[in-house]
Design a protein around this ligand. Structure first.
Ligand SMILES: [Fe+2]
Length: 240
């Protein structure tokens, strides 16, 4: 059996990632997949990237927030987000990222794939067609049919919507582990999933566990970053 730890949308929330690390013991997993968005909206981008960067069995891709941070670092204009409180978080991140972590982010792609146990697994931030598509479990079934059709990926793992789900449509397994560091569903606990592959079969289990939210709140205040994010982590909702 191959066991894979599914993580994504950490958003620089290392205390949340640390809670998962302590809970699951990552050394028990053959692989760790990360659907991107390492950065922005919390104050621990370096600790977060350091951890993934240090794992030889981690397969990671970029998310939209990471791509925007890299844009800033290249000296390009940031058109979106428009709200100042969001922009502050992007610029704070770009100013505080360590060089080795910038280099690491630059080495990553928007999507990737790997074959395990006979399954070709696609790892996407949004979907295989659009890294910025928010695919919710409530999306029309027709959208899942489209994404399943001739995709070549019988397993599709994605993040970006921050909503954990597992759907099986037209023989394709769609899995979103939810957001490690920025849940949007009103449950502030950290979210992740475990994928098991054995004898041509797939099993998925989702988890929610508490973490030290107040550590994040304290750090945001210490760095004089917008109050709205402190509240966001406490309630587990997108507030802007
Ligand atoms: Fe995200």
């Amino acid at each position: 059996m191959t066991k894979i730890l599914l993580l994504g949308d950490t958003h620089a929330n290392y205390p949340a990632l640390k809670a998962i690390i302590d809970y699951v013991r990552p050394e028990r997993f053959e692989w760790i997949f990360n659907t991107g968005d390492f950065t922005v909206y919390s104050t621990f981008p370096n600790e977060t990237i350091d951890w993934f960067r240090g794992r030889k069995n981690a397969i990671c891709i970029l998310g939209n927030t990471d791509r925007k941070v890299l844009r800033i670092l290249k000296g390009k204009k940031l058109k979106k987000p428009k709200k100042n409180e969001k922009r502050v978080m992007y610029f704070w991140t770009s100013e505080n990222l360590h060089l080795e972590n910038i280099t690491y982010l630059k080495s990553l792609r928007k999507q990737t794939d790997v074959t395990i146990g006979g399954f070709r697994i696609g790892i996407f931030h949004g979907t295989l067609e659009d890294p910025d598509e928010e695919l919710f479990p409530t999306a029309p079934e027709s959208r899942f049919h489209q994404l399943a059709r001739d995709s070549g990926y019988p397993v599709q793992i994605m993040g970006h919507s921050h909503v954990p789900f597992y759907k099986w449509v037209d023989g394709v397994h769609f899995i979103n582990p939810g957001s490690v560091g920025r849940p949007f569903d009103g449950d502030p606990r950290t979210s992740f999933a475990i994928l098991k592959i054995a004898s041509g079969k797939i099993a998925v289990e989702h988890f929610r566990i508490p973490y030290a939210v107040e550590e994040v709140v304290h750090s945001l205040k210490e760095h004089k970053l917008p109050d709205i994010y402190a509240k966001m982590y406490r309630v587990g909702k997108k507030l802007n």
